[in-house]
Design a protein around this ligand. Structure first.
Ligand code: GRF
Length: 274
């Protein structure tokens, strides 16, 4: 059975990371966590990694952004990168380029570390930073095809989002779902593209929101599903059960070919009611 090598990027407590570690140790996740990276030194997930002898690094975005000057030579063509990015919306081009430059500077360091571990996938798990087309292009940009011929574009970055996309993108999925008065909440595992939480959806699960619920209740209900669904998505990738179809409009759609697909979704629904 093939095992994936993954890098996990975190910013906070890292309970998704812990779930991956636990499942990997238990043999129910067909992936080895090769390296963990955080954008801030205090992230609890770094400690979880070290306790399990997983190499863990911090690329301190805060200090990088404080020291980053607007330096057009960070990449030969920052303007071109700026024209492709969809996430920084500051109308002032000088400020926008400065911000983009500092992100790219940090991403260069992330990439250097991740590449030294030779991973198949990069998993964002509560990583609270925007990733630029520079980072995305590096991992998705192209791989040798199986026939050894040209380069095929690949989707190699995953994210877990705490809402049922395309509803409630952004940083506050649980709060937005709860605040809107939704009667069902959801979580989404998707590939990362250049938009904000817009990449092709791999898997989603839903949970009920009861009249007496609080934000804390629904977050813990959702998190249990996050752990389950993220691991399952990785297992589908490990088993080559994730087919990516390019649509005529240029979008991509994911189709899961696991024969147990319906049963698995049924167990998620069962768990959401516990
Ligand atoms: C999760 O809710 C995840 O969906 C979101 O950030 C949170 C991270 O939690 N992107 P943890 O650090 O894994 O506990």
């Amino acid at each position: 059975m093939k095992k994936l090598r993954i890098a996990v990027l975190i910013s906070g407590g890292g309970t998704n990371l812990q779930a991956m570690i636990d499942r990997s140790l238990a043999g129910t996740l067909d992936a080895e966590i090769a390296v963990v990276l955080s954008d801030r030194p205090g992230a609890g997930g770094l400690e979880r990694a070290r306790k399990n002898n997983i190499p863990a690094y911090c690329v301190d975005y805060k200090s990088i952004s404080a020291s980053a000057m607007l330096d057009a030579k960070i990449l030969p063509d920052m303007e071109e990168l700026d024209s492709r990015q969809k996430i920084l919306r500051n109308p002032d081009p000088v400020q926008r380029l400065a911000r983009l430059s500092s992100l790219v500077l940090a991403e260069k360091e992330l990439i250097r570390i991740i590449d030294s571990y030779g991973v198949d996938y990069v998993c964002l798990a509560g990583f609270m930073r925007l990733v630029t087309p520079y980072f995305i292009g590096h991992f998705n940009g192209g791989r040798k095809t199986e026939s050894g011929g040209g380069e095929a574009a690949a989707w190699r970055i995953l994210n877990i989002h705490p809402a049922l996309l395309p509803s409630f993108p952004g940083r506050h999925g649980y709060e937005d779902t709860f605040g809107y008065g939704c009667k069902w909440g959801g979580i989404t595992v998707h590939f990362v593209d250049e938009g904000e939480d817009t990449g092709p959806i791999i898997a989603q699960a839903v949970y009920p929101i009861w009249p007496e619920d609080s934000i804390d209740n629904i977050r813990s209900r959702g998190l249990q599903l996050e752990y389950e669904v993220y691991s399952q998505a990785l297992n589908w990738l490990a088993h080559d059960e994730v087919e990516i179809r390019d649509m005529p409009d240029g979008d991509s759609r994911v189709v899961i070919s696991d024969p147990r697909y319906r049963d698995i979704l049924n167990t998620w629904i069962g768990k959401a009611f516990l």
